[in-house]
Write a protein that binds this ligand. Structure first.
Ligand code: SAT
Ligand code: MN
Length: 595
């Protein structure tokens, strides 16, 4: 039965700003043939009903009610555990507009392919209409979308990750515009799985996956791929960055936005706990966001940023009382865990949490080390940001927070020092464009392979990287008070293959140096690759670094950089004549300084 009568949510005699939404829901219902249509209002009662339904059909398993109140475990299909970059497409009319950084399909072909998959796919299911707002509901920087999905798990996650429900629908009604995201889990068949983006149409179609960035369409699909396209047109930036506030003992807070590829520690940095000496001196760290940052120039010329998300979809493995106590406190209740293991007490468990042995692995099998890790390496927690003890009081500020520093970084076992500062904005854009990192379990495919991942946006930029770099360069205007740009590498290894820098809370030492550079109070050495601190320029009290560590973390290897900068040049060449001359000029300037 097609519940056509439910389709029209709200119409009044004056003609309705939701006409476009109503028409789209009706069109999707006619295509997908759901048994029921449910418009989500985001209420507690609605959520309770959805959870009860998912508990009844086994989609959600209850965890220990005492240790983990109101928390749930979801086990995904074992072949649906991460983003699928090879099945993700940007469908612009011209192939070059998507660029060599994206898989491309012509829009008409992509629509036909997807509509064939969607035909009748919701028979026997409920179609949920999920209105959401990315960003504080009253922020001029926020943007709305509507996801249609047949997955109650997606609805429950979207409720945590976005401002979902009645308030978002009211804003859509006011503004009349929204991003359309159509999602079905389909048959969860990897052979019938695609994630398609139509930036010109502000439309997303995703079929065949229920996992993370493939299915929670507000996240990577909207807030990065579609938003990056909108941001270019409207003069702002949609970035794969955490936002963190660093408060010094004088009570001044500097906000830092930092781009790292997925599963490289963004959540840990966003929730950093200062080392003991810093805590005593009065340093505090405030979490604004852990994954996505939208920023635009304010009237004073500075960049102002919001976190478009309302929750964290964080990597569980490695999260512990020593690596990220704020995250552990955040996820102690009202959390959805996906693909973690459980103990015999029904407590969630993952590698790196503690010394216990789990009872069941992420697939629900009795734990056997021969089957690999107990928790899937990309297992996640979904939790409201408001549960985070370090959640910034400015995180919901509709005007956003002013950004003092932008940080780029990746996993680089060799060559790249702990930190350096770009000499100016164009150089900083090159530093971001040249970012490289070893791949992680956040996407399917080989792990640990070094690839270029400009601004950590390789899987997420909704248009040609050459145009994206030009867009970044365009912010360098008279009167602009742009943040300083830095590059960090927490992952440098020694000859024995071990990490040379302790990382985690100790990273505040590096952030302190950056903030002092912003304030003009710290020294550095000028080199062709940028300004490098000497060990004495950082507060290293209480950190024991070997001679090898000091040399590698603070050194600059001219020969190594000569070939790195040559390889960066070759990378820029891949984009042909579209690559901005100013960026090539930067690369040539550094190459010639390296001699
Ligand atoms: O699965 S997600 O894309 O949401 C997480 C990530 O890779 O950052
Ligand atoms: Mn991410």
């Amino acid at each position: 039965m097609n519940a056509a009568v439910d389709v029209f949510k709200s119409q009044d005699s004056q003609g309705c700003r939701l006409d476009a939404l109503n028409a789209w829901v009706a069109e999707v219902a006619a295509l997908t043939q759901p048994d029921h249509i449910h418009w989500c209002d985001g209420s507690d009662a609605e959520n309770a009903a959805l959870i009860a339904r998912m508990q009844a059909d086994g989609t959600l398993l209850p965890l220990n009610r005492e240790t983990d109140p109101h928390s749930w475990l979801h086990r995904s299909s074992p072949s649906d555990v991460a983003r699928v970059e090879h099945l993700t497409f940007v469908c612009t009319p011209e192939r070059d507009d998507a660029g060599p950084n994206n898989h491309w399909m012509a829009p008409a072909e992509a629509h036909a392919k997807m509509d064939a998959l969607f035909a009748g796919c919701m028979r026997g299911r409920t179609l949920y209409v999920v209105p959401y707002c990315m960003g504080p509901i009253d922020s001029p920087l926020a943007r709305c979308g509507v996801e249609i999905t047949d997955s109650p798990y997606v609805v429950a996650n979207m409720r945590i990750m976005t401002r979902m429900g009645a308030a978002a629908l009211a804003r859509i009604e006011r503004e009349g515009s929204f991003v359309k995201g159509l999602h079905s889990i389909g048959e969860l068949d990897p052979e019938r799985r695609f994630i398609m983006h139509f930036p010109e149409e502000l439309t997303i179609k995703s079929y065949g996956s229920g996992y993370g960035g493939n299915a929670l369409l507000g996240k990577k699909c909207h807030a990065l791929r579609i938003a990056s396209h909108q941001a270019r047109q409207e003069g702002w930036l949609a970035e794969h960055m955490l936002i963190v506030g660093i408060e010094n003992p004088q009570g001044q807070t500097h906000y830092v936005a930092a781009a790292f590829p997925s599963a490289c520690g963004k959540t840990n940095l966003a929730m950093l706990i200062p080392p003991e000496g810093y805590r005593q001196a009065g340093w505090k760290v405030w979490t604004v966001g852990d994954d996505i940052c939208w920023m635009r120039p304010g009237a004073d010329g500075r960049l102002y940023a919001i976190n478009p998300e309302a929750g964290f979809f964080g990597v569980a493995p490695g999260t512990s009382d020593s690596s990220n106590p704020n995250a552990l406190a955040t996820i102690s209740h009202h959390t959805i865990f996906t693909n973690v293991a459980v103990t015999d007490e029904q407590e969630p468990w993952w590698e790196g949490l503690d010394g216990r042995t789990p009872a069941l692995d992420w697939q629900g099998r009795p734990y056997d080390p021969a089957n690999g890790p107990a928790a899937h390496p990309n297992s996640r927690f979904t939790v409201s940001a408001r549960q985070c003890p370090s959640y910034s009081p400015r995180a919901e500020d509709p005007q956003g927070v002013p950004i003092s520093a932008i940080v780029f970084g990746g996993r680089r076992a060799s060559l790249v020092p702990l930190v350096f500062e770009a000499r100016d904005w164009p150089h900083g854009v090159l530093v971001g464009a040249a970012m490289g990192s070893e791949t992680t379990a956040a996407a399917t495919g080989a792990v640990g392979v070094m690839r270029r991942d400009p601004m950590a946006m390789k899987p997420f930029c909704g248009y040609n990287f050459a145009d994206y770099f030009a867009h970044w360069l365009s912010f360098d205007q008279p009167g602009a008070k742009l943040p300083k740009i830095f590059h960090v590498n927490w992952f440098r290894k020694g000859d024995d293959g071990k990490f040379l820098w302790p990382g985690f809370g100790e990273n505040l030492r590096v952030l302190e140096w950056m903030i002092k550079r912003v304030e003009g109070q710290a020294d550095a050495v000028e080199t062709p690759i940028g300004h490098l601190p000497r060990p004495a320029d950082l507060n290293l009290e209480g950190v024991a670094l070997s001679q090898e560590a000091e040399a590698k973390l603070f050194g600059f290897d001219r020969d190594g950089w000569r070939s790195e900068v040559e390889s960066i040049g070759a990378y820029l060449e891949e984009f042909g004549g579209r690559m901005p001359g100013a960026l090539k000029g930067e690369q040539e300037r550094i190459a010639s300084q390296l001699g």
